[in-house]
Ligand binder design. Structure first.
Ligand SMILES: Cc1cc2nc3c(=O)[nH]c(=O)nc-3n(C[C@H](O)[C@H](O)[C@H](O)COP(=O)(O)OP(=O)(O)OC[C@H]3O[C@@H](n4cnc5c(N)ncnc54)[C@H](O)[C@@H]3O)c2cc1C
Length: 505
C-alpha cells in the first residue's frame, strides 16, 4: 500500500499492535463506517497471561496465540498487515512498517498505538543472554527448552556439583509471572517428570524465587502475597526476599542481600520476570508530539482522553500508556482501546468533537495469580480470595478471555490432563528454541558465525569443538533435549569437556 490522500475513502483508523489493546480496538470498530488497518510485528493475538503454561509444557502456542487475520476474518472493514512499525509521521499522518526488507507506508486519519511493553533488565541487557524474559511466544518456547534441557543435562552430569547446578532453577521477580512460573516448574519436577529419569530424581530440583522487594506479589497486598508465599514454600519453592540480582552469567547469578553482602547461586536455568520497558514507539510519539512526556518505564503520559498533546487523533492505549491508577494489565488495555474506538466512532458519526470527549475512566475488575494447580489468589475490589475458589475464578475468567471456541475447548482438555493427571501434553523442545534468538542477534550484529552463539550460553562447545553430534550418536546424548542439547554428554570424559564462557561482567 503506498501513501494515499484522504479523498475518495472512508475515515481510516490505523491500529498498531495485535495484543489486547489492538484486537479490542478492531472489535469495537467492526460495524462502523470506517476502514481499519491493523499493523503488527507478530502474526498472532498473544494471550500473555498463559505464556507460563507454554513454557512449562501445559499448553501449545496455538491455544494462546491464534492468527490475528483468522480472528478478524469476518471484519469486512479490517485489513491486517504484518510488519514492525518504525516510523510515525504525525504531521503527514502516515505510519511506516517493515517486513523483511520492504517498507510499507500506511496513511491514517485516526491512530491507535497499542504496542505494549518488553522485558526490562534495568540497563543490564546482557542478562537476557542467560536469563530470558517471558513476553513472547519465542520466549516461552526458549524457556521450555531451557527448563527441560536442564533436566536432560542433569541426567548426564558427571559430578554432583554439576548435577546440582542443572537442577537449580532461578526465577527473578516475584510478581504474578514469577510466582506462576516458579509454581509450575516445581510441579513439573514433583509430578510430571517423576520416574522419567534413571540417574536423577527430578524432585531434587531446587526452585528459587528471588525478589528485590520485601514481599511476594507486593501489589496484591500482604494478605494475598503471604498466602501465595506460604503455598509456594509448601511446594518446596525457596523464596528469597530483599535480594537483588546484580549479575547473571552462564553458570548462575550473583545476589546482593539487604545487608550488602553478595553471594553466588549456581544455576544453569534462569528466568527473568522482574521489570518492563515500554515499546520504543512511546518515546518516538512523545518526542514528536507537542510536549508529551514518558515515565521511567518509557510509557507515554497521555492526556485524559488517552491522546498525545497536540494530536487528538492519536491515541495510546494498553501497556504503552501511563495513566495513574491503571495497572499494566489486560483490563487496562481492553478498556483503553474500547474508549478510543468509541471516541472515533462518535466523531466519525458527527455526534461529538474531540473537545467534547469525556475523560477515560478505568474500572478496576481486580487481579489474580495462580500459584499451583487448584490454588490461586484473587482480588476483586475489596474482596480477597485464595485457594481453590480463587483458582476456579481464575479458570473461568481465563477461558472467557481466550479467543476462539477451539482454543477454549483444547485448553480445557489440556488443563484436564495436566491438573487431574500428572502428564503434560506439550513437552516437545528443540535445540533451535534455545539458540535461535541468540543466533538472530548475532546475525543482526553481523557476526559471521552463528555457531559462536552457542558458546555464549556456556556449557556448550565453543566454536571448533569437534563433537556437535545432533543425533546424539557420537555422544550417546539426547538428540533434542532442549537447553544445551547436542552438547557432548556421553561417558567418555574427552567428549564431555565443556568450554564455558567466563562469567559476564
Ligand atoms: C507473562 C505475562 C503474564 C501476564 N499475566 C497477566 C494476567 O494474569 N492478568 C492481566 O490482566 N494481565 C497480565 N499480563 C499483562 C497483559 O498481558 C498486558 O497488560 C496486555 O497484554 C497489554 O496489552 P497491549 O495491547 O497493551 O500490549 P501487548 O499485548 O503486549 O501487545 C503488543 C502488540 O504490539 C505489537 N508490537 C510491538 N511493537 C510493535 C511495532 N513496533 N510495530 C508493530 N507491532 C508492534 C506486538 O507484536 C503485540 O502484538 C501479563 C503479561 C505477561 C507478559
Amino acid at each position: 500500500m503506498g501513501t494515499e490522500t484522504v479523498e475518495n475513502r472512508r475515515h481510516r483508523v490505523v491500529v498498531i499492535g495485535s495484543g489486547f489493546g489492538g484486537l479490542f480496538a478492531c472489535k469495537h470498530l467492526e460495524h462502523d463506517n470506517v476502514d481499519v488497518v491493523l499493523i503488527s510485528k507478530t502474526s498472532t493475538h498473544l494471550f500473555q497471561p498463559l505464556l507460563y503454561q507454554v513454557a512449562t509444557g501445559i499448553l501449545s502456542t496455538g491455544e494462546i496465540a491464534p492468527a490475528t487475520r483468522i480472528v478478524l476474518r469476518k471484519h469486512r472493514n479490517t485489513q491486517v498487515i504484518l510488519g514492525e512499525v518504525h516510523d510515525i509521521d504525525l504531521v503527514n499522518r502516515t505510519v511506516t512498517s517493515k517486513l523483511l526488507n520492504q517498507d510499507t507506508v500506511t496513511s491514517f486519519d485516526s491512530l491507535i498505538v497499542a504496542t505494549g511493553a518488553q522485558q526490562s533488565y534495568f540497563g543490564n541487557d546482557h542478562f537476557a543472554t542467560y536469563a530470558p524474559g517471558m513476553k513472547t511466544i519465542d520466549d516461552a518456547l526458549e524457556l521450555r527448552a531451557r527448563i527441560l534441557g536442564s533436566f536432560e543435562e542433569a541426567e548426564l552430569a558427571k559430578t554432583q556439583e554439576e548435577r546440582d547446578r542443572f537442577l537449580t532453577f532461578v526465577v527473578v521477580g516475584a510478581g504474578p509471572t514469577g510466582v506462576e512460573l516458579a509454581g509450575q516448574i516445581a510441579e513439573l519436577a514433583d509430578r510430571t517428570l517423576v520416574g522419567t529419569f534413571r540417574n536423577i530424581d527430578p524432585r531434587d530440583a531446587r526452585v528459587l524465587l528471588i525478589e528485590g522487594a520485601g514481599a511476594v506479589l507486593a501489589p496484591m497486598g500482604p494478605k494475598l502475597g503471604g498466602k501465595a508465599q506460604r503455598r509456594l514454600e509448601k511446594m518446596g519453592v525457596e523464596i528469597q526476599l530483599n535480594a537483588m540480582v546484580t549479575d547473571v552469567d552462564a553458570r548462575g547469578v550473583t545476589v546482593r542481600d539487604k545487608d550488602g553482602t553478595e553471594r553466588r547461586i549456581e544455576s544453569a536455568c534462569k528466568v527473568w520476570s522482574a521489570g518492563v520497558q515500554a515499546s520504543e514507539l512511546g518515546k518516538m510519539l512523545a518526542e514528536r508530539s507537542k510536549g508529551t512526556e514518558t515515565d521511567r518505564a518509557g510509557r507515554v503520559i497521555v492526556e485524559p482522553d488517552l491522546t498525545i498533546k497536540g494530536y487528538p487523533n492519536v491515541f495510546v492505549v494498553g501497556d504503552l500508556m501511563s495513566v495513574p491508577g491503571v495497572p499494566g494489565q489486560a483490563q487496562g488495555a481492553i478498556q483503553g482501546a474500547t474508549y478510543a474506538a468509541k471516541q472515533i466512532k462518535a466523531e466519525v458519526a458527527g455526534k461529538q468533537t474531540p473537545d467534547q470527549r469525556k475523560p477515560f475512566k478505568y474500572f478496576n475488575k481486580g487481579s489474580m495469580a495462580t500459584v499451583s494447580r487448584f490454588n490461586a489468589v484473587c482480588q476483586i475490589g475489596k474482596l480477597e480470595f485464595s485457594g481453590f475458589f480463587a483458582w476456579l475464578i481464575w479458570l473461568v475468567l481465563h477461558l472467557y478471555y481466550l479467543i476462539g471456541y477451539r482454543s477454549r475447548t483444547v485448553t480445557v482438555f489440556q488443563w484436564f490432563v495436566a491438573f487431574l493427571g500428572r502428564n503434560r501434553g506439550q513437552m516437545a523442545a528443540t535445540e533451535q528454541w534455545v539458540f535461535a534468538r541468540l543466533a538472530l542477534e548475532a546475525m543482526n550484529g553481523n557476526e559471521s558465525d552463528a555457531r559462536e552463539v552457542r558458546a555464549e550460553i556456556g556449557d556448550t562447545p565453543a566454536p571448533g569443538t569437534p563433537s556437535e553430534a545432533k543425533d546424539g550418536s557420537e555422544t550417546g546424548g539426547p538428540a533434542d533435549s532442549g537447553a544445551d542439547a547436542g552438547t557432548p554428554s556421553g561417558t567418555d570424559e574427552s567428549a564431555t569437556s565443556r568450554t564455558p564462557r567466563p562469567p559476564a561482567g
